[in-house]
Design a protein. Structure first.
Length: 420
């Protein structure tokens, strides 16, 4: 922000300007317990907002569907037969040939049987799929917790920006009014009034743009969580993150490996299609006026397992297992590296925050000294305005850095797999 004013203003105006800057500092500097400018309306916690976002997500329905499919597969694996029984019906007669009244009717029922070890392997695979579905729920919750964390801190930063824009516009409105009165009194030139009004219009436009961006973020928040209230995004930083084995994403990847291994076991014990036991009832009528003869039979159907059937199934299962094992190792490496980077980012953000806080204090003190010098007639107005502008910009940078530090802490919690 630049000021193109000339002449001198009364000391009371200069004091008011400095007060506005200090008020801007108060608005820009959030407390240590909440994001700047954000209130916990309705006492909504970050955990509640994250859970609300998860319940609204399509991924939640997919995870529920995965669990339901595993439960249905468990029901099928607990059945007494390997596949649904089949009913066989057949009838033959000589009506279109000799037409001597010969008839033959047969009813059969086929029961597919479990191969040795196949049922236990299927049950183990179903248990692995059920565990995987439950792990997918936790991983999904962590993902949406990250979205909620970022959204809440983005709104915190934008709310602080709106507060600064409001204070700046209010301050420039006062300057413009005072300059207008001075122009009417003949103490200042009309050009000074035009410059003050131009700065006020610029600040008003920036204020409107900041409010528009905040409204857009609030709309995105409602779409994400379904809530109007905004939680306190500040979290207690974990001194040392949990072991990677308890990370929801690692747990999900490990269970994916376990499911792939169990599916391979199913393929290995299912080298052929299930054998079938077949019961048949048969009725034969040799000809007209002859007594029908009934008989009962039992049979067994044993399919052969060939390489043309088994090798593609086994190759698919082995490939799935190899991919899952590689994915879990890469995930561990990535999360370890991200945790190191996230911790370094937290330390760096805190150092920058300390530096910005010291810088803002120094520039605030400098503006106060120049204000007293201006009142004594020892400093021109442009120098005073430049000092006040520098102090205001420092306070804005401090507010932004406080939000950035809070976001880096939230990102560290996310990287460590810690749910709110």
């Amino acid at each position: 922000m630049k000021f193109f004013l000339s002449g001198r203003l009364p000391g009371v105006l200069a004091g008011g300007v400095l007060s506005c800057v200090l008020l801007s500092a108060a608005l820009a500097q959030p407390s240590s317990s909440a994001p700047p400018g954000v209130t916990s309306a309705g006492n909504v916690t970050l955990a509640q907002a994250s859970e609300s976002a998860w319940q609204r997500a399509v991924q939640a329905r997919e995870a529920d569907g995965q669990i339901l499919r595993a439960q249905a597969e468990r029901l099928a694996a607990s059945s007494l037969w390997a596949a649904p029984p089949a009913l066989e019906l057949s009838h033959r007669n000589d009506r279109w040939q000799t037409n001597q009244g010969r008839r033959e009717s047969e009813v059969g029922l086929a029961w597919p049987l479990w191969l040795p070890g196949q049922r236990a392997a299927r049950n183990a695979a179903v248990d692995a799929a059920l565990d995987l579905g439950q792990a997918a729920v936790q991983a999904g919750r962590l993902h949406f917790a990250g979205l909620v964390r970022e959204a809440s801190w983005r709104m915190a930063a934008q709310t602080a920006e709106v507060g600064l824009a409001d204070t700046q516009a209010k301050y420039l409105k006062g300057v413009a009014d005072d300059v207008e009165r001075r122009v009417k009194a003949g103490d200042l030139a009309h050009a000074d009034a035009l410059a003050a009004k131009a700065e006020l219009l610029s600040a008003t436009a920036a204020q409107s743009a900041a409010r528009e961006r905040l409204q857009a973020l609030r709309s995105q928040w409602v779409v994400l969580t379904g809530l109007q209230a905004i939680p306190d995004a500040t979290e207690t930083l974990s001194a040392s993150g949990p072991d990677l084995s308890s990370h929801p994403n690692v747990r999900l990847a490990e269970l994916t490996v376990d499911r792939a291994r169990k599916r391979l076991d199913v393929v290995n014990v299912s080298r052929r299609e299930p054998p079938e036991v077949i019961f048949r009832l048969r009725q034969d009528t040799p000809g007209r006026a002859e007594v029908a003869q009934n008989s009962m039979g039992i049979g067994v159907s044993i399919p052969f397992g060939t390489d043309g059937r088994n090798q593609p199934l086994q190759a698919t299962a082995l490939s799935e297992l190899d991919i899952a094992q590689t994915a879990v190792q890469r995930l561990r490496d990535r999360l370890t590296a991200e945790a190191v980077v996230a911790r370094a980012a937290v330390l760096s953000a805190q150092e920058q925050l300390d530096a910005e806080r010291t810088r803002a204090g120094l520039l605030r003190e400098r503006a106060s000294l120049i204000d007293r010098s201006f009142k004594a007639g020892e400093t021109p107005l442009p120098e005073l305005l430049r000092s006040l502008n520098a102090a205001s910009q420092a306070e804005a940078a401090l507010a932004r850095q406080q939000t950035a530090a809070g976001l880096t802490r939230a990102q560290l919690q996310q990287t460590l797999g810690i749910l709110p």
